[in-house]
Every structure is written in structure tokens, then in C-alpha cells.
Design a protein around this ligand. Sequence first.
Ligand SMILES: Cc1cc2nc3c(=O)[nH]c(=O)nc-3n(C[C@H](O)[C@H](O)[C@H](O)COP(=O)(O)OP(=O)(O)OC[C@H]3O[C@@H](n4cnc5c(N)ncnc54)[C@H](O)[C@@H]3O)c2cc1C
Length: 365
Amino acid sequence: MTETDVAIIGGGINGGSTGLELAKNGLNVTIIDKNFICRGASGVNAGTLTMHMTRAQLIPYAKKGWELWMNTSEWLSKEIDVEKKNGLCLAFTEDEEKLLIERSKIRKYYGADISIISIKEAQRIDPNINSSIKCAAFCEMDGYVSANQTGNAYSKALKENKVKILENYDVSKIDYHKNKYVIIFKNGEKLTASSIILATGVNLEKTLKLLQINIKIKCLPQQLIVSERMPKIMDTVITVANGKLSLKQFKNGTVLIGGGWPGIGNIEDNYTETKPENLIGNMMLACHAIPRLKSSRVARVWLGLEAETDDAMPIIGEIPNYENAYVIGSIHSGYTSGPYMGKLLAEKILGKDIDLSLFDIKRFL
Ligand SMILES: Cc1cc2nc3c(=O)[nH]c(=O)nc-3n(C[C@H](O)[C@H](O)[C@H](O)COP(=O)(O)OP(=O)(O)OC[C@H]3O[C@@H](n4cnc5c(N)ncnc54)[C@H](O)[C@@H]3O)c2cc1C
């Protein structure tokens, strides 16, 4: 049986970011994943870093996350494509206009630098948007990351910082006695740790049960669509007032269409299946926002499983009734703020005075 100071179960953006920060501060960290580093939601997401879709209360965290993403060469890797773009959120009807003004006002209150602009101004920023919009919300703090590069970037950075990575290790049991955790894997091997962090994404409900903590974590199967390569048809990240679209064009010409149109899926057997009617709805909305997209064909569709608590707010912090046990996950727009949330939890573990009360798991117990 091997030993570690900190065992992090789940090597997604949340586990990875927490582990990286702890290791940089001298702790002996082991990250365990039943698959590979960042191959869950963190490797298949849309990579959009927008304030227009972030829950208002999480804006301060998303802003810090955005800043970290814009600076990856300093703390993560030079080998991950991050693009800063302007963000436009469109309203097509009078009702959407009202919704957009209201939502932008709330997000602004929480710190997002969003302003409502006219059609003319929106078209000056991106001439490719549909000219029938009523108005748009504009935010300079937007952009995207190529999420499929997350795994390589994190693996490399973690290894460089001497984090031990156990891939293909599925945690099936956790024993706790004398302030030590014995983590038991499906293959029968064991690992002893002084501290544990549960960061298992959509599997958090299952993993928390290993510590007799029962809370509901919803599993949201999200669909994404990527087009074939096209000449440049847009230069901003596009979203819409009701939040059902995220759209951007990568440097290689492909256009990524998302926005939370659900597919079918479950965590029991990690099964996903597309819902064609939702793919069509998502594509129609995308073509409505950027009409030139109509001339493109779909290259690929895929799904990922996203975790959500009953109040759609994250759970981050100490696990009650256990010494040195922590949880992190279910963060809305979690790819954007993940690097910062992980850093915050690490700082808390390292003894800094960090207020995580907004995300306390006790609210569900
Ligand atoms: C399709 C899709 C699109 C999205 N688009 C965006 C976006 O554009 N912008 C944005 O900000 N956010 C987006 N998100 C949300 C974002 O991807 C997630 O919030 C974030 O990646 C969650 O990170 P995580 O580390 O909590 O979970 P994950 O990345 O899922 O990592 C959890 C890890 O735990 C491992 N694990 C689970 N159980 C065990 C076990 N028993 N033993 C060992 N390991 C285990 C899994 O293998 C997995 O690697 C999207 C999500 C999806 C699904």
C-alpha cells in the first residue's frame, strides 16, 4: 500500500487545478482518475469563456478564471490554444430584449463589464450577425479555449510539479480511521492519504456516498456540434439572451455550436446518445444568429455529461464530519472558473482565510 499527503479523486479541471496549486506549495499530491486526466466534461466541453452565460453570483469567480486562462503560459502550459474575443449576446424579439437588459444588469451588478448596444454598434463589432436583432449586450471579457487540449496541458504541468497521476484507477471504497483515508480501487490496490479531495464531476453523488454523504447531483447530457472548416464568417463569441446558444469560429475555420441543448445520457454506464430534434433546434438558432453559417455542413457531433446541484450552485469546501476531506464540483460554467476555484480550494487547504460559505455542501444536508 502506498501513501500520499493529498489524494484527489477525479482529474478534471477542478481536481487538476487544486492539485497543481497544492503541489506548487510543496504538498505531496496524487491525482486519481478512473479514465485519463481531463477526459470527462473538462476535455469535451465547448471551451467558451463568456460572462454572458455565467450565473450572476459566479461572475466574480468566472472573471478570475478568465484572467487565469488568458495567462496560461504563466501557470499551466504554453501548449494550449486560448483566444481572447469580444462577446456579443443577441436579442431577436422584444421579450428577449427585456430579458437581455435585465440579465445584463444583474451580471453587471456582480462585476461583469457588460453594456447594451444598438444593432448598428453590434454590426460594427461583428458584421456577420443577423441584422434583424433588436439589440445586443457587449462584453470584452470573452473568448475560448480548445478544450480537447486540456488533458495534455494539465498532465504535463502536474507531472512537472511532481504530482503522481494514477489513470485507469476507479475508486470503489474509502475507509476512514485514525484521521487517515484508505482509498480502495476496483483492481484491489489501496492508497493511504492524510487528506482527500473529491472532484469526480458528474459522479460526485456516487463518490460522496462512499463517505455516507447523500446529496443529489443531476446529470445533464449536453450536445455539441462542430462544422466543417469555413472561410472566416465571424469574429466574436456569440450567445443569445435566453442562454441557449454559444457560437464561435476556431482559427482552423471550424465553428463550434453549443448552448446546452440536451441529449440523452446517464452516468451508470457513461452512456450518451444524441437527440436529433435538439441538434436541429440548436443549428437553426446558430444559423439565425450568423446567417452565413447556413452554407456549412456538420462535421461531428458529441456529448458530455455535466453535473448540477439542486440550486445550480457549486459545492466547494470541507466535507462535514471528516477531518481534512474536501469536495469541489458542480460549478456552472465550470470550465471558465475551474482554474480559479481549484486555486481557492487549495489556498483554503493551505490555511489561508478563504470564504467558501456560498458553496458550503451543508446547505443540502
Ligand atoms: C458538453 C459540455 C459543454 C460545456 N461547455 C462549457 C463551456 O463552454 N464553458 C464552461 O465554462 N463550461 C462548460 N461546461 C462545463 C464544464 O465542462 C464543467 O463544469 C467542468 O469541466 C467540470 O469539471 P470537473 O473537474 O468538475 O469534472 P470532470 O471534468 O468531469 O472530471 C471529473 C473526473 O472524475 C473522474 N472520476 C469520476 N468518478 C471516479 C472514480 N470513482 N474514481 C476515479 N475517478 C473518477 C472522471 O473520470 C473525470 O475525469 C460544459 C460541459 C459539458 C458537458
